[in-house]
Design a protein around this ligand. Structure first.
Ligand code: GLU
Length: 447
């Protein structure tokens, strides 16, 4: 069988086995396309069922999460934790609370996490979890009761050396607090290494809050430098207005860029003169309001429900909202409007067609596995601090993050070159992330 036939046969098997999980199929298809290039050169990576084992989670947990709402009515949600691969270290990855969550979404996220975590160079495996619980419109006590019920089941399956969850969409500092409190109660001990994204007085790390957004901009800046450009003076579009977007905006503007737009699920905001980050934090983080509140309280910003944020003219686009938010038409609009660099702050925000359009138009593209790895990398730094009962300064932690992101850029760039695909950061990050995990899996035998 040729390598093409071999890889197609794995993929067809995977489609059959994981029916109705389009996002998982999409994530695997992208990686397999890169792995063909590796297998041509190093066919031993197909030995011992390695590729099939890599695509099959080590363990998948699905559990009932009952809780009582403020009206005394019982609500039932579904909880997930997919422990995908622990060859490099304990499973590591966030928890997502969003009504769109299902097993396929968690599997796609868990699969991506393997390669992302491997790329950080830190000893962490890949996993992901969450629930179809919708935090929108819930009271603080409802959120607390939900988190406690969720952790009552999850606590049996996690631990400092086993699986270390963190936040993702819908899970921030408040939810991590409630989850940690319940874990501590059930475990009967203060095991700080069991979750990351904790509060600063109980084992959290400085820079963890900012890390995904800052890291995305650090990596983008490296990519821009490699192609003779810089953030300074650039116009940047950032989709989303959650934790990743806010700190991407903050860092981009700190480096001298103007962020000309951001968004939420209700619409998008045009900000030709840049973003007032403090106001945005106040609206989204503290008051948990919609972006329309930002527009009402700022000068020069306008709100739009029609069209899309990707119609804005800019040099750089950072999709920081959610999966498949940027499709082929959006990508064509970006190309037509002069965008030269795209880096993904979210997980898989660009569709395969959009990525193809970037390639055709010579747009330099950093995929999420590399561009948003700063969050999980800083989680691993939080784990290091917990293990040594230490806490590092903001400057030191930020420096470590910066170095990690620069190294990720070099690694994916060099790997792409090594495999004859210079400048193709999708191929570079997939192959580099794969090889480290694959080498560990091969060394550890068929398990
Ligand atoms: N949810 C984040 C991600 O997609 C962070 C995970 C973590 O810190 O464990 O990588």
């Amino acid at each position: 069988m040729s390598i093409d036939e071999q890889v197609s046969s794995y993929y067809n098997m995977l489609l059959k086995r994981n029916a109705g999980e389009p996002e998982f199929h999409q994530a695997v298809a992208e990686v397999l396309a890169s792995l063909k290039i590796v297998l041509e050169k190093d066919p031993h990576y197909a030995d011992y069922g390695l590729i099939q084992r890599l695509c099959e989670p080590e363990r998948q947990l699905i559990f009932r999460v009952p809780w009582i709402d403020d009206n005394g009515v019982v609500q039932v949600n579904r909880g997930f934790r997919v422990q995908f691969n622990s060859a490099l270290g304990p499973y590591k990855g966030g928890l997502r609370f969003h009504p769109s969550v299902n097993l396929g979404i968690i599997k796609f996220l868990g699969f991506e996490q393997i390669f992302k975590n491997s790329l950080t160079g830190l000893p962490i495996g890949g996993g992901k979890g969450g629930s179809d619980f919708d935090p929108k419109g819930k009271s603080e006590l409802e959120i607390m009761r939900f988190c406690q019920s969720f952790m009552t089941e999850l606590h049996k399956h996690i631990g400092e050396y086993k699986d270390v969850p963190a936040g993702d969409i819908g899970v921030g500092a408040r939810e991590i607090g409630f989850l940690f409190g319940q874990y501590r109660r059930l475990a009967g001990q203060h095991e700080s290494g069991v979750l990351t994204g904790k509060g600063l007085t109980w084992g959290g790390s400085l820079v963890r809050t900012e890390a995904t957004g800052y890291g995305c901009v650090y990596l983008t800046e490296e990519m821009m430098k490699a192609h003779g450009a810089s953030m300074s003076g650039a116009k940047v579009i950032v989709s989303g207005s959650g934790n990743v977007a806010i700190y991407a905006i903050e860092k981009a503007q700190e480096l001298g860029a103007t962020v000309v737009g951001f968004s939420d699920s209700s619409g998008w905001v045009s900000t030709p003169d840049g973003v007032d980050v403090e106001l945005l934090k106040d609206v989204k983080d503290k008051r948990r309001e919609r972006v329309t509140a930002y527009v009402e309280e700022s000068t020069g910003a306008t709100f739009h429900e029609d069209g899309s944020i990707w119609d804005l003219a800019a040099d750089v686009a950072l999709p920081c909202a959610t999966q498949n938010e940027l499709n082929g038409d959006h990508a064509r609009a970006l190309a037509a409007n002069g965008v030269r660099f795209v880096a993904e702050g979210a997980n898989m925000p660009s569709t395969p067609e959009a990525i193809e359009v970037f390639r055709e138009n010579g747009i330099h593209f950093a995929p999420g596995k590399a561009a948003n790895a700063g969050g999980v990398a800083t989680s691993a730094l939080e784990m290091q601090q917990n293990a040594s009962r230490d806490s590092w300064s903001f400057e030191y932690t930020d420096q470590r993050l910066h170095k990690i992101m620069s190294k990720i850029f070099r690694t994916m760039s060099n790997t792409a070159k090594e495999y004859g695909r210079e400048g193709d950061y999708v191929v570079g990050s997939n192959i580099a992330g794969f090889k480290k995990t694959a080498d560990a899996m091969l060394a550890q035998g068929v398990i």
